[in-house]
Write a new protein. Sequence first.
Length: 359
Amino acid sequence: MRRIESELVRQVVWGTTLVALLLGLYLVLRPFLVPVLWAGIVTAASWPVFVRLRNRVGETWAAIGMTLFLVALVIAPILLLAWAVTHEITFLYAGLKSWLAGPQPALPGWLAGLPWLGEWLSGILDRIWSDPQEWQAWLGEEMAGSSKRILGLVGDVGRNILEGAAALFVAFFFFRWGDDLVEQGRRVFNRFIGEPRWPLIHATAETVRAVVYGLLLTAVAQGTLAGIGYLAAGVPAPALLGAATVLLALVPFGAPFVWLPVSALLIAQGSTWQGIGLLIWGVTAVSTIDNLLRPLVISRVTRIPFLLVFFGVIGGVAAFGLLGLFLGPLLLSIALTLWREWSQEAEGEKGGNGETGKP
């Protein structure tokens, strides 16, 4: 009896110590959890490329090369996006100012004749042109206020830059000692859960790669379609605006932040049909493909039903933000892997008992 009590006390003390240790580790590492998650995502997604490079130049140089490549892959889009946003804001401000300085435009007959909508739009134009100088002054104040708001976002931008730098720093160590970390993780995983659950790790890596490939492919497709729309509408620099659309398409619901202001500016400048056409093209083609192509790619690669991937992408973004693009499909992938594994185990047990499951 004493031996049993002693063993129970030992297990309680050991369990309490382990929980306290894990809690302490969480508190210490909590500021770095997001960078570590991003580092794991980019490492898992680019691991096949790293392996090929490692076979040529060795582990350390391959880790350095992949990290520098990721740094360039982050900095170049940021510079291009900054140029595109500055160019678009300047272009939009100049166009609106010129529009307000000109004569009051008339709505197309078909638009003015629409019930409720035509009357509402005509009322807005009448209010604007009743005192255009006041609206020009308001526009100038808004531009000045927007610069202050942008300065207010510097703190968030700086925090994101620090998190990105930390993620790239951690990614180097994941590349350099990734095999060792995976092997140690496998041993710990098997100790607590057992060997049959190891396929979950493979499902995790496979899902992360599928999400990255789907994200990149969808962004390129959206940028290409948007570029075609810019070109057809006669917008200046359609290739650069298309590239900006690709970059913003990497963020959930980011592509409309490019084609929507361009459509509004075209309408404001009097190119009504071009603006409306670009708006319709953006809604029906550019944005629609985002919700279809990405889940389709992930579903084909991971062999997860399309509907589950669709729920995972949309629900993950709603729950976790940008990180939810990966966490949503990943959680569903793990759950589906467990479901299939338990189903197979139950089927095997039924067969072992001599039951066929059919009358």
